[in-house]
Design a protein around this ligand. Sequence first.
Ligand code: PEP
Ligand code: MN
Length: 317
Amino acid sequence: MVLIDSTADADAVKRALIARGQWVRPTERGFVLEPHSARVSSEELAAIPGVSQVVAPKSQHPMIDAQGPIVDVAGVRVGLGATPVLMSGPCAVESEERIQNIAAKLAPRGVKFLRGGAFKPRTSPYAFQGHGEVALQWMRRAADQHGMRVVTEAMAEGEVSLVAEYADLLQIGSRNMSNYALLKAVGRARKPVLLKRSMSATVSEWLQAGEYLLVHGASSVLFCERGIRGFDESTRNLLDLGAVALLAHVHRQPVIVDPSHGTGRRDLVLPLARAALSAGAAGVMIETHDDPGRALSDGPQALRPEDLDALASEVLR
Ligand code: PEP
Ligand code: MN
């Protein structure tokens, strides 16, 4: 991959690469060199005017490798070694009053990111699908009033620019981790992205999905483990804390863990949140609702905002 300066003449760089036998594919940050390009030293490519860096493809995800363990997400440092971040809010944004109420209870507890779905990926087409744009407006207002950042999901390419107007951190849902057209579109929004692991993805596939985001312009990627599909139905998913430790300690990436979808049961959320932070997570994302019994989605795994008190006092010391 050849990265170019923001002021460089991309066409001139492209011509110089082609003249050296390179087959190039333009991206937001430069050019990907196709594998059948001529063998030319990185030094020769780096000497082309306008080229800022030549990233050798020794790994399937060189830009992720270069990302570093702590990233800035809308002014918040996220990564192992920084203060753990709490992300919380309802599964879906249900009404303006409700998201206001939840945000008002979460912000004083140290929750920096307000989560909530406006566009919901539901297994059943008959289940609540989210309120769409108006929910983004409700959530943005609630977050602004309480000094929080917004993390919310974009499900489709055509939705990305709308969601990006309201979100500080764009979420890719588990069911979309390998929707490469969506990854490219989300990358082009040039924002930080929370990339949920697909329930059937290997760690390598997950890292390469992160690479798609950076190649296409995302400013940073947070990986989010939310459980993979296991054989045992006593928990909703199988929360893979081994993968969390691997990403955090070996690949040195910022990882967020979602023990709500990971277990599907509110009684297991806090123990697993603690385990995740011990394993190397940079933060946790926990579903909360002011009246879990009436939640329009995922009520059985929702905590009340006040249930976060003990965890918050342990991690935000
Ligand atoms: C969510 O966090 O709102 C969500 C739908 O989770 P997942 O994509 O992990 O199922
Ligand atoms: Mn949910």
